[in-house]
Design a protein around this ligand. Structure first.
Ligand code: DX5
Ligand code: ZN
Length: 216
């Protein structure tokens, strides 16, 4: 299990120390939520901030783009230091093209699906995807409640990936807690994103251990 803490719930005025604290706590990934105020009703940060963070951290930058027509900005995010670029299927008219564009930059390509979006939209793309992100809340804000049907969606996606003979990772994002993390990983989740249920419970090393314990 990989835990990818969402910086959305971190202290934005002290991102450098937050990133250092994550590394010191043994985390390897960090989840960066990019929001444009159109695809989702909230605005966060973009490539310049990620570039600044890159200078202070060696963590794996897991960049979740909640923006319309993300194909316009793939190179910018890659140059800023994104290790993985995850775009929403709902935001791309030509999703295969955008995935190929991500792979061309050297970043890992990933696709996110809103809770109601059927898995069939990514069926043919699975072999070329490093990861599929299942949103378990409607994207835009931290601290929302996990939508229960997403548990079944994880199981179905796991079966699809196995059937394709692929090694695509499954990520879940939204309402993940120490209480549901174990069931999620048992269902097939490889990467857990956690914002409020992680940053709200320092010290981070202890919290990381709690998540690891419940997922054994
Ligand atoms: C929501 C974001 C999430 C968010 C998760 O749109 O994509 O990454 O930070 O926050 P929690 O874990 O608090 O639900
Ligand atoms: Zn996210």
């Amino acid at each position: 299990m990989i835990l990818s803490p969402s910086m959305l719930s971190s202290d934005f005025a002290n991102m450098e120390s937050e990133l250092k604290a994550l590394e010191a706590a043994g985390l390897e990934w960090v989840h960066l939520d990019v929001m444009d105020g159109r695809f989702v009703p909230n605005i966060t940060f973009g490539p310049p901030i990620i570039k600044a963070m890159r200078k202070k951290s060696n963590l794996f930058f897991d960049c979740h783009l909640m923006i319309e027509d993300p194909g316009r900005y793939i190179e910018d995010f890659a140059e800023a230091g994104a290790d993985l670029i995850c775009v929403h299927a709902e935001a791309c008219t030509h999703l295969e093209r955008v995935c190929a564009q991500i792979a061309e930059t050297g970043a890992k390509p990933a696709v996110a699906l809103n809770p109601h979006t059927p898995l069939s939209v990514i069926k043919y793309l699975i072999p070329q995807l490093y990861m599929v992100l299942i949103m378990s809340v409607n994207p835009g804000f931290g601290g929302q409640k996990f939508i229960p049907f997403c548990m079944d969606k994880v199981r179905e996606l796991k079966a699809m990936i196995n059937e394709a003979g692929a090694d695509t990772l499954i990520q879940i994002d939204g309402g993940v807690t120490a209480e549901n993390a174990g069931e999620l990983t048992a269902a097939g989740v490889d990467v857990l994103v956690s914002g409020s249920a992680f940053f709200g419970y320092p010290p981070y090393e202890e919290r990381h251990k709690v998540f690891q314990e419940v997922c054994k």
